[in-house]
Design a protein around this ligand. Sequence first.
Ligand code: CAO
Length: 416
Amino acid sequence: MCLECKRYIKEGDSVSQFDSICEVQSDKASVTITSRYDGIIRKLHYNLDEIAYVGKPLVDIEIDASKGVAPEEDVVETPPMSHEEHTHQEIKGHKTLATPAVRRLAMENNIKLSEVVGTGKDNRILKEDILNYLAKQTGAILPPSPKGEIIPPLPKSETVPAAPKDKARKIPLPVSRPLVFSGKDKTEPITGFHKAMVKTMSAALKIPHFGYCDEIDLTQLVQLREELKPLAQIRGVKLSFMPFFIKAASLGLLQYPILNASLDESCQNVTYKASHNIGVAMDTEQGLIVPNVKNVQVCSVFEIASELNRLQALGSAGQLGTNDLTGGTFTLSNIGTIGGTYTKPVILPPEVAIGALGKIQVLPRFNGKGEVFKAQIMNVSWSADHRIIDGATMARFSNLWKSYLENPASMLLDLK
Ligand code: CAO
């Protein structure tokens, strides 16, 4: 397992505990590594954008001239630490082994370490254990992680994290786009979110996809959004079409819960998810990511818009955490912001359905009186897991979703 590295310090810099050392990106999320010590940076083991290997030293910090070079900052939590005071905690007479970073992760997510089963050496609690514990609580299914692989921490709060002090955050350029045409072939490792895409899409290949498409007349919705957009703006939120698409999907899922479900690996059981955690495919500088808006079934359109703004801000800064990126139960992909009409979306396992939206176009259509009018038309393409969802169910759900969006006032009847 390797990490792509962004650095905030240079050799000779003084650092204090919890100062940002660097940002690393694994295939699941990016995370800022902070200093465990007050001291002076003596050696950097990697240059910017180099691959840092888990388990190898990242940086040497001199903590005291008399003591020489301090223990290296490890980018992994798995190796046992030599400082007992950092790793032991007395809880009800039992010692709990965990590194400070793991303790902080638990604290930030209100998890008692005494309730977590450690899978590391001597029952040491690893980040993975915390994430698995959290996933069980939220119903999220985490991808399996090889031993020793770094797992990114969850976001500290529901707010956008601040950039490290004195350093403007730079959005990393995607590694796969060469800036200069060299005329030579170039081979590079697949890393970061692209690596996650390889895993997810390979798993999706096992699902027999059923496709269904339709066109939606958004003429009324386009008008309604024009009216509501300034009101949302006054309240500090950008209102796009997505919150309406997401809310309409959630109202539809209430009627067709099989589309908000997951199938176990042996295909013996279907779990109907209580929460509508609707994933939104996002095109970011780092690649495709799919954070989800949690519990849409209890959110207003405004609340969804606000949450989407937060996810977009974090997504474009490359700062989305595991909590935002896991636990999705259904996905919408608005590729229409870029272009296109119909597409063939790929289901994100363990979900069972996904919808892709084409671009909204002004096209001639007939009204009820047979007159041609300028309609705002958008195409939708659904894919569903044909092992548990039949075509008729998908079509009925799509009809309901379409009716909410073509007559947005009708959503009011079902909003809670
Ligand atoms: N057709 C035409 N215009 C659209 C549109 C559509 N289907 N959807 C949104 N728009 C408009 C918005 O209304 C907005 O215009 P205004 O400035 O007038 O409000 C503009 O396009 C930009 O919207 P946005 O991108 O800021 O916000 P959004 O909520 O509509 O979309 C997001 C958010 C994250 C879905 C989008 O930015 C994105 O990343 N789309 C690409 C998804 C993708 O890559 N899917 C493929 C997955 S498989 O590889």
